[in-house]
Ligand binder design. Structure first.
Ligand code: GAL
Length: 424
């Protein structure tokens, strides 16, 4: 038996020295990639990544297991039952921060990836603040980020605003008191909003605009009380903002809501910059004319970030293929393939963000803000709050849509924060 093992070893060494790749060097077999990128720039970006990966690793059979539904509303439910049922996808999309840490890392279901980071020199290539979001107290890094997205963006079409005689509002007060009535008088929908999660997305932009950077951060670090007059004022403003939006919001996807702006049916939309990917790839619009952008009202100088990442769950059948995929995802090459389609900035700082042919005016502007603004984290996209909070908050957002009761929403959120361990 011993002799057979050493014979095999000798054969392996000889094969390696003649340039034969070992099984570990040349992964093969199935690789199931789980995400919620099923349309437009998001799907195009993922497909472009998969196409290049297949060129590099022709023996791997990629299975694109994307589940439709913006911001992962449906995918997360499927993922949870698979992870808890002992049938994890080989690799899955998850937001950096609490969505990763409070659930999958806390449950001990993820493999650390430090060796991949060290082998590729990534510890010096990814921003420290981003690495902090995906590293546990023992220094284990669990995922590879593919991008940096911005949440607090207001989208519009310049020629339309001119036609309607309005300008981009600098504050929510201006929007509610000046811009909104002016547009309503012309029968134009001031703000286009979509289904529940896009309302939570709008809410966080309103919160940042009303509370400012410190006040907003305080919601997540406990220094701003959810029942303080300032927090109640966020709900008051949010209610007035909703009154400026389309009645059929619950029936619209984020793409539907963004499209109304591009089509000239609504003046503004608050959405993350995957909307840039949608305008550029799906609608083939020119940045600056076909669509334009500004920080959402009252948030100039602040960049609300989130990051999409992929990791390696414990116990998958083909970890070698996953490691190859993750080792590819973090490279500048992969990030430059993906992000120009996706609307996001590369997370790897050695990517070619200064190449304006690859990254057009939208990206240049976002990058300048990313590197100069105060950075805060998104709740709607998993960075600052655990999934348990976000799920409860979705219900509070839905309740508020019906009753516009700021005091109740504030009190319910305070209780939710307590119940989900967000306030000590
Ligand atoms: C976010 C995600 C983005 C984009 C968006 C809309 O949660 O981070 O990459 O997919 O949802 O689906």
């Amino acid at each position: 038996m011993k002799a057979r093992v050493s014979l095999l070893l000798v054969i392996a060494v000889v094969m390696a020295s003649f340039g034969f790749a070992s099984a570990q060097d040349a992964p093969s077999g199935d690789l199931e990639i789980f995400s919620w990128w099923t349309g437009g720039g998001e799907e195009a970006g993922l497909n472009a990544l998969i196409a290049r990966f297949k060129e590099l690793y022709p023996e791997v059979n990629v299975i694109n297991a994307a589940v439709a539904g913006g911001s992962g509303v449906n995918a997360r439910a499927v993922l949870t039952s698979r992870m808890l049922g002992g049938n994890p996808p080989d690799t899955f999309q998850v937001h950096a921060g609490e969505e990763l840490n409070a659930l999958w890392v806390a449950a001990g279901l993820m493999e650390p990836l430090n060796d991949i980071y060290e082998a590729n020199g990534w510890l010096d290539q990814f921003p420290e603040g981003l690495l902090d979001l995906i590293t546990d107290d023992e220094g284990n890094i669990y995922v590879v980020p593919v991008n940096i997205h911005r949440s607090n963006v207001m989208w519009y079409v310049p020629a339309k605003l001119e036609e309607w005689g309005v300008t981009v509002p600098a504050t929510w007060d201006e929007f509610v008191n000046v811009t909104c009535p002016a547009l309503q008088a012309k029968d134009v929908t001031p703000l286009s909003v979509g289904e529940n999660w896009t309302q939570a997305h709008l809410w966080e932009s309103v919160a940042l605009g009303v509370l400012g950077v410190d006040g907003y951060n305080g919601l997540w670090n406990g220094s701003t009380s959810w029942t303080s007059p300032e927090a109640v004022a966020v709900w008051d403003t949010y209610g007035k903002v909703l009154d400026c939006a389309n009645d059929d919001m619950n029936a619209l996807s984020w793409q539907d809501a963004s499209r109304r702006v591009a089509d000239g049916e609504a003046a503004f939309n608050i959405m993350g910059d995957w909307a840039a990917g949608y305008f550029l790839v799906d609608l083939a619009l020119e940045p600056g004319t076909g669509f334009a952008w500004a920080a959402s009202p009252g948030t100039d100088g602040a960049f609300m970030m989130l990051s999409d990442t992929f990791g390696l769950p414990k116990g998958v059948a083909n970890p070698g293929a996953v490691r190859a995929w993750l080792s590819f995802l973090g490279t500048a090459e992969a990030q430059d393939i993906f992000n120009p389609l996706k609307g996001s900035l590369p997370a790897n700082t050695t990517a070619q963000i200064d190449n304006s042919e690859l990254y057009n005016a939208y990206f240049q502007d976002a990058y300048s803000d990313w590197t100069s603004n105060a950075i805060v984290g998104s709740q709607a996209h998993g960075l600052v709050a655990p999934p348990a909070f976000s799920n409860g908050f979705a219900a509070i957002i839905a309740g508020f849509q019906g009753d516009h009761d700021s005091a109740t929403a504030s009190a319910n959120t305070a209780v939710l924060a307590l119940q989900t361990g967000m306030v000590q």
